[in-house]
Every structure is written in structure tokens, then in C-alpha cells.
Design a protein around this ligand. Structure first.
Ligand SMILES: [Zn+2]
Length: 251
């Protein structure tokens, strides 16, 4: 099921031509090797809204981390749900165990330090992105490789992608559906294979999770782990090989 990560063999071609292949431009199912050279250009691709896959899967992502409700955690554990938690470091406090348990079938990723908009000129991107990378690794042993900008703002900006790249981010992840307060909203008209659902750690998260699972199953899909489709790439410290076939924005 898992698509093979692009090999590094393509780097020879790219370096000999002197410029990077376009990232994420492939709309085909065919596996294409794409390697972007280090330094001159931004390595990490533009943000992904939906994974391009024929697998019958959808992905639950939950942001911020403000409320830590026990009933939502119990629901995740009872159903072994793969959750990708995009956490802002100010919301964690001493709740490492809670989020470790919550993401035991998924992962913790980066959602900024203070939840400042990346679109504001006054925002210190180094602090918002890189501080979180260092703090999560040092204090909690979480090593994010995905980033979700607060409010989904400036998600494709060069400045954000460059700063992310500098600090170990490999993917910027958006969404094509959202659930909150018992309601679902679609960027298109429905959940599709590879859909990424945005949710939040709210007081009513358990109800929203139940709705997410119901809607995913009604669409003929199953919750899956986003890591399996956007895995950390560790074999290429000097360059990032990008798996082919990721979708461009679905909206
Ligand atoms: Zn947020």
C-alpha cells in the first residue's frame, strides 16, 4: 500500500541540469523520481491538501492542543485511531504523556510556537518554526517533519518553506475537509481517498472524532496514518527526495 519513497538516483540528473524539477506537479499515478538540489532553491514542496492515492484511506489531523479531554483520548485508544497532532508548543505544558498516548498510532507535528500568523511581517518565523523543532526534540523527544501554519496562512510562501527546510520540516500539510462543533465542511463535496481532515483539541473533540470516523466510513474509507503516506525521509541529509504524486491544492 505504501508508495515507495523516491530514490536518490535522480539527483545526478538534477545536478547535471542545474535546476530542480518541479515539485508536486505530477498529476499521474506513475511514480516519478524528483530530487531538488540543496541550497539554491527551496527544497520542500508546496503544501499538500490531499494525498494522491487510490487507497481507501483518510487522515485525521488535530490542531493546537489547548483542551486535553480524557473521553477523546479513551475513544482514540479504544479504536486505535491514527492521529496526527499538530501542536503549538505553548499549549503543551506538562501534557507530554497525554499527547504521546493520543498519537501512539500517529505522530506529533509542528503547529508553531505561539500560533502567530505566518502571513504577518512581524512574525518571527525562526521562533515559530525552529524553536518548536528544538524544544519538541529536547524536552519531549518528538521530532516533527510536518508543519501546519496557524490559520493555514502563508502556507506556500518562500520564507516559510525556507525556514521549515532549515529546521527539518519536509512537508507543509493543509486539509481538504474540517470538522468542528459536530459539523463537517468539505473543500470539495465529500471525503475522497487521501482526504486530510482538520480538527481541533476542543472540549467536544470526542463527538467530533465520532463524526469523523462515521463520515470516513460512509465515504467507504478507513482512518489511516499520515506518516505512512508522508514519511520522514532520513536517508538524504543534504537533499530531500520528494515522493511523486502528491496533490496540489484541492481548492
Ligand atoms: Zn491552530
Amino acid at each position: 500500500m505504501r508508495r515507495a519513497v523516491a530514490a536518490l538516483a535522480g539527483s545526478i540528473l538534477i545536478f547535471s541540469t542545474g535546476f530542480g524539477a518541479q515539485v508536486g506537479s505530477s498529476a499521474t499515478e506513475k511514480s516519478v523520481e524528483t530530487v531538488v538540489p540543496a541550497r539554491e532553491k527551496v527544497q520542500i514542496p508546496k503544501s499538500v491538501y490531499r494525498i494522491k492515492t487510490k487507497d481507501k484511506v483518510a487522515f485525521i489531523t488535530i490542531d493546537d492542543g489547548i483542551y486535553k479531554t480524557e473521553n477523546s483520548l479513551a475513544y482514540v485508544k479504544a479504536n486505535k485511531l491514527p492521529i496526527t497532532a499538530f501542536l503549538s508548543s505553548w499549549t503543551i505544558k506538562d501534557s507530554q504523556k497525554y499527547f504521546d498516548e493520543f498519537t501512539q498510532w500517529g505522530s506529533v507535528q509542528n503547529h508553531s510556537a505561539t500560533h502567530a500568523s505566518f502571513a504577518k511581517k512581524s512574525t518571527d518565523l525562526n521562533h515559530e518554526i525552529c524553536y518548536v523543532q528544538k524544544r519538541f526534540a529536547k524536552k519531549y523527544d518528538w521530532r516533527p517533519w510536518m508543519l501546519r501554519p496557524p490559520y493555514g496562512a502563508a502556507q506556500d510562501s518562500q520564507a516559510v518553506r525556507k525556514m521549515g527546510e532549515k529546521c527539518g520540516i519536509q512537508q507543509i500539510v493543509m486539509w481538504d475537509a474540517s470538522i468542528g462543533n459536530g459539523r463537517i465542511h468539505y473543500a470539495d463535496s465529500s471525503l475522497k481517498p487521501g482526504s486530510i481532515i482538520l480538527m481541533h483539541f476542543t472540549k467536544s473533540l470526542k463527538n467530533d472524532l465520532e463524526l469523523a470516523v462515521r463520515k470516513i466510513r460512509e465515504a467507504g474509507l478507513e482512518p489511516a496514518n499520515l506518516d505512512d503516506y508522508l514519511p520522514r525521509i532520513t536517508s538524504a541529509p543534504a537533499m530531500l527526495s520528494v515522493r511523486a504524486g502528491l496533490t496540489q491544492p484541492a481548492r
